[in-house]
Design a protein around this ligand. Structure first.
Ligand SMILES: [Mg+2]
Length: 225
């Protein structure tokens, strides 16, 4: 908090959208999972923290899946099974549930004229998913305007490789790199990638899973207002 910046780049998953808890709630309920949206929101960040602790990259989701199902309360004897079910259901297209605090923040940031963009490790779907979630689009449109929306599948480079940011930074050429914050929910991919690119990383950490970390943390995107 008290973070100073000229422009903001956002990760998509965990910052703009979550894997749809209104689908995953009923999905995991037969295994003992609590279906509430709040519990599922908490599970995502607990699972991301576990993924970061294990230094898992973009394609490894084992600790994420196990931590997620444990956090929603799946029965011990069904954890492995439920983790497989979650892995098969949480497709790229399911990252479509807009985080309410983010919607509030984006409207206010746009009102203030803050330059914004999206840089996401995705599967070619991120622009469509953000439109379905009614969050934003590249350029003018019905939702918040971003200067650019970068999808790793489209550009062929994924975080933590800092070169993915080279596809977005020309749209923010008037700003020094360290005056651009990159907001993500992964220590490995987002804080790591943004730091390597010379940007200022900010981790979204709503439940203080990363207390004592040596990078900036916020509880919600509204903290950037
Ligand atoms: Mg993310």
């Amino acid at each position: 908090m008290g973070i100073d910046y000229d422009a903001i780049l956002f990760d998509a998953g965990g910052v703009l959208v979550l894997p749809d808890p209104t689908v995953l709630g009923p999905l995991l309920e037969p295994y003992g999972g609590e279906p509430s949206v709040e519990v599922h929101r908490r599970a995502h960040y607990a699972a991301m923290a576990a993924k970061s602790r294990e230094l898992e990259g973009e394609t490894e989701w084992d600790s994420y899946n196990v931590t997620y199902v444990r956090t929603v309360g799946v029965r011990d004897d069904l954890v492995d099974h439920a983790a497989v079910v979650l892995d098969h259901t949480r497709t790229a297209h399911l990252w479509r549930w807009a985080i309410p605090e983010t919607l509030t923040a984006l409207a206010a940031l746009a009102e203030r004229g803050v330059p914004m963009g999206v840089v996401s490790n995705a599967s070619g779907q991120v622009e469509a998913a953000l439109a379905v979630a009614e969050i934003c689009q590249a350029g003018d449109g019905p939702c918040t305007s971003m200067r650019v929306v970068i999808d790793s599948h489209v550009v062929g480079v994924a975080k933590p490789d800092p070169r993915i940011f080279d596809f977005a930074l020309p749209y923010f050429a008037e700003f020094e790199r360290d005056r651009i914050v990159y907001v993500g929910d992964s220590v490995v991919m987002d804080v790591g990638g943004a730091t390597a690119a010379g940007l200022t990383p900010v981790l979204i950490d709503p439940y203080d899973d990363h207390e004592g970390a040596d990078f900036a943390r916020i509880r919600a995107v509204t903290d950037l207002l």
